[in-house]
Design a protein. Structure first.
Lengths: 200, 296
């Protein structure tokens, strides 16, 4: 197997790259890593309240797991689904070890329901504020709003926006129904919009 | 091509799409460069180490592939050669051994061999028969009168009571004068235990009758003798005991001949008995002793 050039590697799917890496092509991993490293890093960073050290640790652990599993990898789903399954497990382990957020609280729909109620109390949909100009203040508030979300809503939002997973894939990954995922996403979006509307 | 680009437009609504776009413009953090370098180095190292590891199994498998067929090819041949070699050595050895044993085992039964002994010699040689044959082949001291060989050879094959019963006064035990066919047979070197019936079969009718009477008398005479003998389990009885028993049997035979009216034969037996044992008259009963005094 002759080594592929950069253009050829870029045209390959994630699954093909991972298979190539499993067969010994280290450059395939480089391409795959470059494609996903930012998203996975931010996934951890948002869940860790923008704690870079924690995000670094979790990010490194995630990709080391990918490296270790390169020969066992089988294409049963999209690579992203598999990757964020590993990422989510690592995140839950982190929370469990820190006793910061237990797995039960992470999976507790009660948290989601409370968040939903609070968001409903805050008011319904208004005119889309995103059409207005975006400044740094809005970005800062957006990140802060995400940090204030319940873990399940934040997780669904990050998996969808950062990880690029579809609703069905998130439902499979989180072992919930598609409607539940859709509901979480709806509340997450509503919360973010509300944050943006609530300009000082 | 980033994940963001590929997932553009997948939001539930346009407003969500705008929000996602805003998010992607906002969220641009990347892992630190040293973390990237460490992970890429680990990925390369994993591949490199894996390339080294398969080399060993491949080498081992090549060795196995080279060794196993060689063994598989030569093992049956080596086993066959080993079996053939063993057969080449063992078969002649066993054949020569059988040749040594065959003359003894297939030796034609003498005419004087008793029925029991003949049945033993029929058919394939049993271990007991071989041992018995070997016992016969083993040099024994000069045969003693009174069937000493009987105790030595046939001791394990017969009941002890039967073994202790003295054999009829075959000539081998006490060689009588060679004046008759009986005397000729008596000079034969056949063991005493093999003689009686065949020898008796050759005798005349009158003699047979006399022997029948003798058998009856011998039974009467032998019973007390056997009872007087040491325990049947005492196998090392000395020769003197055998002599006494044989003398008693001889005396009983003489008495039987005398009782049957064959006085001439009784006289011949008495003379032979006296020739073998000067105190032969002492073994006779008192009435017969009176008659014996009349015999020169």
């Amino acid at each position: 197997m002759h080594p592929a050039n950069d253009v050829e590697l870029e045209s390959r799917t994630d699954e093909a790259l991972m298979r190539a890496y499993g067969q010994g092509d280290a450059r395939a991993f480089e391409t795959l890593y470059a494609r996903h490293k930012g998203a996975t890093y931010r996934y951890f960073l948002r869940h860790a309240d923008s704690n870079a050290a924690t995000a670094d640790e979790l990010h490194q652990d995630l990709w080391m797991r990918v490296i270790d599993a390169r020969e066992r990898y089988e294409v049963q789903a999209r690579f992203s689904t598999w990757l964020y399954t590993l990422a989510r497990h690592r995140l839950i382990d982190h929370w469990r070890s820190r006793h910061h957020v237990t797995l039960a609280s992470l999976e507790d729909d009660g948290i989601l329901m409370q968040a939903e109620e609070s968001f409903a109390a805050a008011g319904g949909d208004a005119d889309d504020p995103l059409r207005a100009s975006i400044d740094d203040e809005r970005r800062r508030r957006l990140v802060a709003a995400l940090a204030d979300m319940s873990p399940l809503q934040r997780d669904a939002f990050l998996l969808h926006v950062e990880g690029g997973l579809s609703l069905e894939e998130i439902a499979t990954l989180t072992a919930t129904s598609g409607e539940t995922v859709k509901s979480r996403l709806r509340y997450a979006y509503r919360r973010l919009r509300s944050t943006l509307e609530d300009r000082p | 091509m980033s994940v963001h680009d590929r997932r553009e437009g997948s939001s539930p609504s346009e407003r969500d799409a705008a929000l996602e776009r805003l998010w992607r413009e906002t969220s641009v953090e990347q892992p630190p460069a040293h973390l990237d370098a460490a992970l890429l180095a680990a990925a390369r190292e994993s591949v490199a180490s894996r390339r080294e590891q398969p080399a060993k199994p491949a080498l081992l498998s090549r060795r196995r592939a080279g060794t196993t067929p060689w063994l598989a090819r030569w093992q049956p041949l080596a086993a066959t050669a080993a079996v053939a070699g063993l057969a080449f050595v063992l078969v002649p050895t066993m054949m020569s051994r059988e040749e040594k044993l065959a003359p003894t085992l297939q030796r034609p039964a003498p005419t004087s061999v008793p029925a029991g002994a003949e049945s033993q010699s029929d058919g394939p040689p049993a271990p007991d028969a071989i041992s018995a044959t070997r016992a016969r082949e083993t040099p024994v001291p000069a045969r003693e009168p009174g069937g000493r060989r009987e105790r030595d050879v046939g001791a394990t094959d017969r009941p002890l009571v039967q073994r202790e019963i003295p054999a009829p006064p075959a000539p081998a035990a006490v060689p009588p004068p060679a004046t008759s066919t009986e005397a000729a047979a008596a000079t034969s070197t056949e063991p005493m235990e093999e003689a009686p019936e065949a020898t008796f079969g050759e005798r005349s009718d009158a003699r047979s009758k006399a022997m029948e009477a003798q058998t009856a008398g011998r039974a009467a005479a032998s019973a007390p003798a056997a009872a007087a003998a040491p325990s049947p389990t005492t196998r090392d009885r000395n020769a003197d005991d055998a002599m006494v028993l044989d003398a008693a049997a001889w005396a009983a035979r003489i008495e039987a001949l005398h009782a049957s009216g064959d006085v001439a034969a009784a006289e011949r037996e008495l003379r032979s008995f006296r020739a073998a044992d000067p105190t032969a008259d002492a073994y006779l009963s008192k009435p017969l002793r009176d008659w014996a005094r009349t015999v020169e």
